[in-house]
Design a protein around this ligand. Structure first.
Ligand code: SAH
Length: 283
């Protein structure tokens, strides 16, 4: 599959034995890998990958051993410490190690922790950023994470902390007031609590909200609703994680920018969803 995509080794970085490259795989669609990720896949002896990495991507590293380090089918997830130490062991054994994580390794992906352990064990590393679900996943749903007519700020939050609860350390009231658009990772389990907190902090019941599951894959599903309705609508839709949730006016832009439905032949629902009454290109 990669034959036509071979990168010239003379100008691309070499993954040397004993090194670990910590690499983002993007949100799902293999086309959203970076060229550095492809370069790494082509050279690795071992690829250690997470649950959210699409298996298609691994076929780009046929020469490598593929090691799964995530949670699937209800099995307990590999412990973070064990994964980090496994990376150390593989590097010390002289392998070219590619640690492949969903989205961007440094966005709610524990990449910082793994990288720190590697450096503490004197393993040389390279970091390869990826397209994070909170940006690229929303783009595939036709939702721009910023838009001049909507927001000058966006806040990325996680819906649960290390203990699995809604993060107690988050000041939801301040986030509600200060950030026009809020993008929530891992928010499905606690969506009822999160919605209640945002409403209590003054966000209106009519606030637009979108839920995008398995974004950028063939199974992508999008729910457009409101803060007041989101809990019921998710329950009714039967949608399951992984989901990225976007709260704020930029969700309305999907009415004009749902490019996947348009590619399938549907007309745009509304050419001016923010009611600006002027062509978008005028300042
Ligand atoms: N490092 C990743 C995030 C890992 S946390 C990144 O940058 O995207 C895992 C959470 O990311 C999921 O619970 C979900 O909220 C989000 N996520 C990752 N991939 C996704 C996808 N394809 N569709 C929807 N949400 C996704």
């Amino acid at each position: 599959m990669t034959r036509g995509l071979t990168l010239p080794h003379s100008i691309w970085p070499r993954l040397e034995p004993g090194w670990v490259w910590l690499c983002g795989a993007g949100p799902g669609d293999p086309g959203l890998l970076t060229l550095h990720a492809l370069n790494a896949l082509q050279q690795a002896d071992v690829v250690i990958y997470d649950a959210l990495v699409q298996e298609d991507i691994l076929s780009w590293a046929p020469q490598a051993e593929h090691i799964y380090a995530g949670k699937r089918g209800g099995k307990p997830s590999a412990k973070q410490r064990d994964i980090s130490l496994r990376l150390v062991d593989l590097a010390r054994a002289g392998k070219r190690v590619l640690r492949l994580k969903g989205g961007d390794p440094f966005v709610f992906g524990r990449g910082g922790e793994e990288a720190q352990t590697l450096v503490q064990h004197e393993i040389p590393i390279r970091i390869i950023p990826g397209i994070s679900a909170g940006i690229g996943g929303l783009a595939y749903a036709g939702i721009p994470v910023t838009h001049r007519d909507v927001n000058q700020s966006v806040t990325f939050v996680t819906g649960h902390d290390q203990s699995g609860n809604t993060p107690g350390s988050l000041d939801w009231a301040s986030i509600s007031k200060g950030s026009q658009v809020i993008v929530i990772y891992m928010g499905m389990k606690h969506i009822a609590q999160i919605a209640a907190k945002l409403i209590a902090a003054g966000r209106p019941l009519s606030e637009p909200i979108a839920v995008v599951t398995t974004a950028t894959t063939a199974d992508q599903k999008v729910l457009e609703t409101t803060l007041g309705q989101v809990v019921d609508d998710i329950a009714q839709s039967g949608m399951e994680p992984p989901a990225i949730i976007c709260v704020g006016g930029s969700v309305l832009m999907r009415q004009v920018l749902d490019w996947q439905s348009q590619a399938a032949g549907q007309a745009p629902r509304n050419l001016d969803p923010l009611n600006r009454g002027r062509p978008a290109e005028s300042a």
